[in-house]
Design a protein around this ligand. Structure first.
Ligand code: GLU
Length: 446
């Protein structure tokens, strides 16, 4: 292992959607590619909105993706550390108590905006005298705490965005702790990243401003900020923000629709880069082809239609061993021969079960050309059905009826499967069986 250590830090206040799954994946692949450490950190300080159910669902999604983590921690177990960090900052003059109510702050912002000024916190609380503070306390007000930003330019070389600089005068001093003593993510995350020895923070570009302030927080706490990388957010296929459906589409739903984990990984590891999406059925291969430096600043387009295509290409690469358990669970009993007979025609593994039904349960045949199907019933060879009989059999039907091409094959397909499209018929014959084949060719449900 190298000393590279990254973390994925979900808040268990909702299910994972494609956007945050991508952040997790990029961290995972980066860690594996570098021979480093991938940590799961549960950001559960928002006790009102965090639930054990959401946390369980996030874990289940990561496990389903095959993104195993090397260690984990949770913020709710570290509250003492945040209190200690706040004290350290206050002692150093970098954290200060503020007594404004949310309503007072809203009024200030409104006044600033109507005067055409940016709504940056005016640091009025810094100017409070000891007596004024005591008065607030005596009146029962509890302070919230802000971080005193250094009025300086913060610069960093971002793994994705290149050189970034932010002048702190455009930012409000961030709140570190609420009046009820609950820590805010901005500080908790920095304290965690220091204590956990995180070397690279990779997250969405919606965190760029946070990062600017957090870099100063790292330094104020006596640490050096990790290397940062902010990946562009996902947009829908039309370049607009993710549609409501996609933005809230849970990974569980995608899985329910038959999406393979590696299809999602193949796509999410490449969109937003200049490289083509390559459908790869093994996470190991996706890891080998991963390169964070290929990610660009332009929004990455997530197109559900592309996911469907990538998924089909992956399903068509899966070996029988890859799917045997799932087929057995779905009652598909045709072994490897059946999987190989239908695989090339599938978009999802679950569709194999439909074809199993078509072969092994009654269907309503469609008789398009009775002369062809009647002749086929009469000419069907005796004995075991196998793919090998298809060629001589259909040749004899062609000779007897004069039908050829579509006029020969479509009536057979419609009678034998009830459908216009599907896998090649020859390898399915053994699964339909002789009696059913004859019954269906005669137009009987069988
Ligand atoms: N819990 C934060 C979020 O989900 C983590 C951000 C980070 O990676 O620092 O946005």
């Amino acid at each position: 292992m190298t000393d590279v250590k990254v973390r994925f830090a979900p808040s268990p206040t909702g299910n994972l959607h494609v956007g945050n799954l991508r952040t997790a994946l990029v961290n995972y692949l980066f860690a594996r590619r570098e021979g480093g450490h991938f940590m799961l950190r549960i950001d559960d300080t928002d006790t009102e909105r965090s639930t054990p159910e959401f946390e369980a669902s996030i874990r289940a999604d990561l496990e389903w993706m095959g993104m195993n983590w090397d260690s984990e921690d949770r913020q709710s177990a570290r509250l003492d550390r945040y209190d200690a960090a706040l004290k350290q900052l206050a002692d150093a003059g970098r954290a200060y108590p503020c007594y404004e109510t949310p309503e007072e702050l809203a009024l200030k912002r409104k006044a600033q905006l109507s005067a055409g000024r940016p709504p940056v916190y005016d640091r009025a609380a810094l100017k409070l005298t000891d007596e004024q503070r005591a008065e607030h306390e005596a009146a029962g007000r509890r302070p919230h705490w802000r971080f005193l930003l250094n009025d300086a330019e913060v610069t960093w070389t971002d793994m994705v965005r290149g050189d970034v600089s932010y002048h702190m005068s455009s930012l409000s001093d961030p709140v570190l702790m609420r009046e009820d003593g609950r820590v805010i993510y901005t500080m908790a995350s920095v304290v965690d990243d220091i204590d956990h020895g995180i070397t690279h923070i990779i997250r969405g570009e919606d965190h760029v401003t946070n990062s600017a302030a957090q870099i100063q927080l790292f330094e104020a706490l006596g640490a050096t900020a990790p290397v940062m990388g902010h990946v562009a957010l996902l947009a829908g296929a039309d370049g607009e923000g993710l549609s409501k459906r996609l933005g809230s589409l849970s990974i569980g739903q995608l899985r329910g629709e038959g999406t393979e984990a590696t299809a999602l990984a193949s796509l999410l590891a490449r969109i937003g880069t200049a490289d083509p999406v390559v459908p790869q059925a093994a996470m190991q291969d996706i890891t080998t082809g991963f390169d964070l430096s290929r990610f660009g600043r332009a929004t990455a387009k997530f197109d559900p239609a592309e996911l469907v295509q990538v998924n089909a290409r992956i399903v068509q690469q899966l070996s029988f061993a890859d799917v045997a358990d799932r087929l057995a669970d779905a009652g598909v009993d045709g072994g490897e021969a059946f999987w190989m007979a239908v695989r090339d025609n599938l978009s999802t593994v679950a569709e194999a079960a439909d074809w199993w039904q078509v072969c092994s349960a009654a269907i309503t045949p469609v008789i398009e050309a009775a002369d062809v199907t009647d002749a086929a019933a009469g000419l069907l060879p005796e004995g075991e059905m196998s793919a090998d009989i298809w060629q001589p059999w259909t040749k004899s039907v062609a000779e007897a009826t004069g039908a050829k091409g579509r006029g020969l094959f479509m009536p057979l397909r419609l009678a034998l499967t009830g459908r216009e499209k599907g896998p090649e018929i020859a390898p399915l014959l053994m699964f339909i069986g002789r009696d059913r084949i004859i019954a269906r060719l005669r137009g009987d449900s069988a």
